[in-house]
Ligand binder design. Sequence first.
Ligand code: GLV
Ligand code: GLV
Length: 323
Amino acid sequence: MKPKVFIAKPIPQEVEEFIAKHCDYKIWREVEPIPEDILLKEIADVEGLMTPKGIITEDLLSHAPHLKVVSNIAVGYDGFDIEAMKKRNVIGTHTPYVLDEAVADLVFGLILSTSRRIVEFDRYVKDGEWNFNLDSQEYFGKDVHHAKLGIIGLGRIGEKIVRRAKLGFEMDVLYYNRSRKRDLEEKYDVQYRNMNDLLKESDFVVLMLPLTEATYHTMGKEQFASMKRDAIFINCSRGQVVDEAALIEALENNEIRAAGLDVFEIEPVQKDNPLLKMKNVVTLPHIGSCTENTRFDMAMKAAENLVAAVTGQVPPNVVKELQ
Ligand code: GLV
Ligand code: GLV
């Protein structure tokens, strides 16, 4: 008998076929997220759950007494209740590596669209307002090439950002990380700074930390106040790593120049969020990994992790807290 699993979102056919070879599965095929009550019913007798959200609570686990593995179709696993999973011997996997390049591309999308004011000008042009004086200082953007880029959190994605920054844009790159990455310092000529010096020196500050208890609200009032008035803040990691009220205040008081955000403290972002009214803020709906190839690769990787775990092998990408 094949092990039973549940897949909580639609996935590419090829990935589904791979799972079908090894598992007896059911799948949620709707585009809308699966309602909680249906999910809790579907997991009652399964050994594996593949899910896009990875919100794994004690309550959810109590509805799935046979569960061995949660395969998260994402790299971030801040939704896992690690202690509850440990207690019940449920392992958790995620999808590192396959989305690094796509997220790094998007970071540069936000760097360029904020500094060169691409979204703002696009609106003027489409609204028929191409009649302003572009020799006027107020419309000038900010150079990306040869500027100083500060990365907070130099992990896998951070390294891809460094390559683009150094090789493509000839930027100076600073980084702050809990542990020094001397190999990368040497390989790419990037320089370590403590957090405060990085904030003070950088023209672009890119936040790339996972969300944990330790990183919650890493960027707050004090940190934004340390940034250059002309600096741009980019976040493609998790909204809650930033005290969003402090970010809003810094932008309102012109303490920083602009912000490019793919993530928010509350998602979907609330309609009355002041960030949505600011011309110098570019907002995206958490699309870091959202390309055809990357989403396919993430689904396949999640499937491989799922199948390995329910067929008695060690999955390649068990999250480190549950290894
Ligand atoms: C996306 O945010 C992910 O964690 O994969
Ligand atoms: C995220 O996966 C990172 O390591 O930056």
